[in-house]
Design a protein around this ligand. Structure first.
Ligand SMILES: CC(=O)N[C@@H](CCC[C@H](N)C(=O)O)C(=O)O
Length: 373
């Protein structure tokens, strides 16, 4: 029978129970049960909503080293065909947070058995995919009491091989904002369009117009993304839709650019209201600050990676992915990095299947690195 590493087995158990943001009740329970089973006397655990703060006391602490793992899943129906699929219909760990948690538990377990001088603070953070747990966690009393001096976190990267780690100083992940646009016109019979204000046509037009912001308003030497991931509207084939909703996300490489993209969206929506004689509202939902890696601590980590024989360091470009880890790095120096997991299918895909060999490699690399701090 296949002999699984304990943290691969933990990953598989977590993979079965993905939960959406701020609904991670089973996940929190699983994490608590595991951490309590370690019977460590140098530990303090504080529940924070559906997440956890876990502090491991050092032998002679002069600083607090922070490590964060996000814990939520996505509203995706799994299609991996794995032998340990999601047990929650329509929900899946399709962004690797099951990996992130099992790696964090591996690091925690190691230091529970091999104490170091400094304190370690683990954040098991809910709702990374939305509406965002990092910012309120940062503002919580536990964080004020235990504010780390350095903060680290990783994200799995399907496009890199196992053994490859990619990061860079400065900007790593984009600024993000969710985007919901609600349109209200006048419904009616499909055969009498002139008596209606058709919101399916208006919504279709708006999707195309929004793309012109990227191609016509953003400096071609810079970059931004507007993705509409969901359109809803109408009831049946022969009724003209009174309402439609567009749901999407905006990505920019600077805070200022986010503002100009939003201004253009608002102008186009104003134009649509006149053109289609309809009502429209815009809701930006949750927004994430860019992930900006601190120069000094990232350089130190890169120097370490370059000396490791089992790791290939890759200097990557910034990505248009978002991460509310950016809020933590706004307050605390530190860094995030991409961990190669070599999956044919990418993040947010129903067939994402990261290579589990990356789990133990990440635990070894990070426990080794943390001991150098
Ligand atoms: C790493 C990753 O995939 N993060 C998510 C963050 C979502 C932010 C927010 N809900 C939004 O859609 O704007 C991503 O989609 O990049």
């Amino acid at each position: 029978m296949e002999q699984l590493s304990p943290f691969v087995s933990i990953r598989r158990q977590l993979h079965r129970i993905p939960e959406l943001g701020f609904q991670e009740f089973k996940t929190q329970q699983f994490l608590l049960q595991y951490i309590e089973s370690l019977s460590i006397d140098r530990i303090e655990i504080k529940k924070w909503r559906t997440g956890l703060f876990v502090k491991l006391k050092g032998t002679n602490p002069t600083k607090i080293i922070g490590y964060r793992a996000d814990i939520d899943g996505l509203p995706i129906t799994e299609e991996t065909g794995l032998s340990f699929p999601s047990e929650h219909p329509g929900q899946m760990h399709a962004c690797g947070h099951d990996f992130h948690m099992s790696i964090a538990l591996g690091i925690l377990t190691y230091f529970s058995q091999n104490p170091i001088k400094d304190d370690l603070l683990f954040l098991f953070q809910p709702a990374e995919e939305g509406p965002g747990g990092a910012k309120p966690m940062l503002e919580s009393n536990s964080m004020k009491m235990w504010k780390p001096d350095i903060m680290m976190g990783l994200h799995i990267a399907p496009e890199y091989k196992v053994g490859q780690i990619a990061t860079k100083e400065g900007l790593l992940f984009a600024n993000t904002s969710e985007l919901t646009i609600d349109l209200k016109g006048k419904g009616g019979h499909a055969a009498y369009p002139h008596q209606t204000k058709d919101m399916v046509v208006a919504a279709s037009m708006l999707v195309t117009q929004l793309q012109t912001i990227i191609s016509r308003n953003i400096n071609p030497l810079e970059s931004a993304v507007i993705t509409i991931g969901k359109i809803t509207g109408g009831t049946v084939q022969n009724i003209i839709a009174e309402k439609a909703r567009l749901e999407g996300t905006i990505r920019t490489l600077s805070v200022a650019e986010m503002e100009s993209v939003k201004n253009r969206i608002e102008a186009l929506v104003e134009g649509l209201k006149i053109g289609f004689e309809c009502e429209a509202t815009i809701d930006y939902g949750s927004m994430y600050h860019q992930v900006f890696n601190d120069e000094q601590s990232t350089r130190r980590f890169i120097d370490f990676l370059e000396k490791q024989t089992d790791i290939e360091y890759i200097r990557c470009q910034e990505a248009m992915t978002g991460e509310d880890f950016g809020y933590l790095l706004e307050e605390i120096p530190g860094f995030m990095f991409w961990l190669g997991v070599d999956s044919e299918y990418g993040l947010h895909h129903a067939k994402l299947d990261p290579n589990e060999e990356a789990i133990d490699l990440a635990i070894t690399t990070m426990t080794k690195y943390i001991q150098t701090l």
